[in-house]
Design a protein. Structure first.
Length: 485
């Protein structure tokens, strides 16, 4: 793996099939601190942040909701960044290639084609439906139509959004950078404008006195669910962040912009969504934006946010398709990048034919995703920071079959997969997202935090028994990573 070969990749940065398969040298990084900050702000202040705020308002009032958002996002975003951004940025390697050191090549494929594929397919479909609902609300206001939230036209417009995102994505990360430089500042200004409108129409006393929209009888359970929901939201960034962060020019350009955007900007947007839901009586941002901003400002906000979702769509699918390519071996490597991303968007397009499936079951979708992502993060953090002490054999990540130190048992690290499974079981035991059944400990511990701790602890124990001899890095490989990174 020579510098000449890696340098050739830079001739056409939009060819993701090649670009995603090699370490990225510092001279090839395309995002600095400011660029990546705008990327993360653009991701954070999409319509889903307002929807998260509205969903939180369904469970608790403003004060408890604010506490739940800060606690949940502060913990989960920190865990997510440690489990994705740090290693990918340091080695300049795509996230799912680095995960071979944790799960083995086969184990990464299992996760990529199950947890990652279905989670990101769901988010993509959700964003498409948001675009469709926002556009139909604009039509209802401007043209006087009466299009319902689950009408066929919502699906048609969701398909338009998906097609547009595919066209953007096919041009590569440089196009994504340009769009985020335009969209993210606009979203920031729009969010501040919404805050001003909320303050102008609602007193502080009214906001504090507003009851939750649809709470459960048990108040302590409502708060615990709100915290768990926001933990799941923060963890949901894990599948995409490592692959994006590897394109940054230095460690501080990856970690801190991630926290600024995905914690700071997210909290601001979520608070706006929660306050609007509590005072206007609806958790759906495509419904309350026009009553909040009035006919013209509300329509303008909906139009802008609808198109802002395209940047989130492209970021999600960019990272997910890199994961599928890395996990799919030679078969996936032979598929053109345009066709691979198109196939993924096709799956999201199918889901969008049922607009209410994920949109109305948003809390259930997020918490089910969190069950597996929390366990994965716990396993990855234990492996990279404790067992490997942040040292990887870069050459070994690419060596085929048994020649790789990360081949484990037939390409599967049984310790990593078992610990992740036990972490997810711990989550579902404490809180079942489908039935909403909980154990008493959930009200104090939540489900994500125990899942992270259990998966990490089990991974350390099983690795000591099964893979003790594998946690060593060859000296030559260490020298190579120091020179190339």
């Amino acid at each position: 793996m020579t510098t000449d070969r890696a340098g050739k990749v830079n001739e056409d940065v939009s060819r993701e099939a090649t670009f995603g398969s090699l370490p990225v040298l510092r001279s090839e990084r395309v995002w600095n601190f400011t660029d990546f900050t705008w990327v993360n702000i653009g991701l954070a202040i999409a319509t889903w942040a307002f929807l998260v705020g509205g969903s939180t308002a369904a469970l608790v009032g403003f004060q408890k909701g604010l506490a739940a958002m800060i606690i949940g996002n502060a913990i989960s975003v920190a865990v997510m960044l440690l489990a994705s951004v740090v290693s990918s940025q340091r080695y300049g390697v795509e996230q799912y290639t680095i995960l071979r050191s944790v799960f083995g090549v086969g184990g990464v494929a299992v996760l990529a084609f199950t947890v990652v594929l279905f989670t990101e397919m769901g988010w993509s479909a959700l964003l498409g439906v948001m675009f469709g609902r926002a556009a139909t609300q604009v039509s209802n206001q401007v043209l006087g139509t009466a299009i319902g939230p689950n009408a066929l036209l919502v699906t048609v417009l969701a398909l338009v959004a998906i097609a547009a995102a595919w066209a953007i994505l096919a041009k590569g990360p440089l196009t994504m950078r340009f769009l985020n430089r335009v969209v993210a500042p606009g979203l920031a200004v729009l969010t501040v404008g919404m805050i001003v409108l909320l303050v102008a129409r609602t007193s502080w006393a009214e906001l504090l006195a507003a009851p939750p929209l649809d709470p459960f009888p048990d108040e302590s359970l409502n708060f615990a669910l709100a915290v768990e929901f926001n933990l799941g939201v923060g963890l949901s960034w894990w599948p995409v962040m490592g692959s994006l962060a590897r394109l940054t020019d230095r460690p501080r350009s990856a970690l801190w912009p991630g926290y600024i955007g995905l914690f700071g900007a997210t909290i601001v947007a979520q608070v706006v969504g929660m306050a609007a839901a509590l005072t206007l009586g609806d958790s759906d941002p495509t419904v309350w934006m026009i009553p909040l901003g009035g006919p013209w400002l509300g329509v303008l906000a909906l139009v802008f946010i609808a198109f802002a979702n395209l940047t989130s769509l492209t970021s999600i699918v960019y990272s997910t398709c890199l994961a599928l390519r890395q996990a799919g071996g030679n078969l996936a490597a032979r598929i053109r990048w345009e066709w691979l991303t198109g196939a993924f968007f096709l799956l999201s397009a199918i889901v969008s034919f049922w607009p209410s499936l994920l949109y109305d079951g948003f809390l259930v979708f997020v918490t089910w995703s969190g069950a597996f992502l929390a366990a994965i993060c716990g396993t990855v953090i234990a492996d990279y920071f404790v067992l490997r002490r942040q040292r990887l054999d870069l050459r070994g990540l690419y060596e085929p079959g048994p020649a790789s130190p990360y081949h484990f048992t037939g390409g599967f690290n049984l310790a990593g997969l078992a610990s992740t499974a036990l972490g997810a079981v711990t989550y579902v035991t404490l809180y079942n997202p489908q039935t909403l059944a909980t154990q008493p400990a959930f009200n104090v511990l939540t489900a994500s935090i125990p899942a992270i701790v259990v998966s990490g602890a089990v991974h350390l124990a099983l690795s000591y028994v099964l893979n003790r001899s594998r946690y060593a890095v060859r000296p030559a490989a260490v020298r190579m990573t120091a020179e190339e990174s």
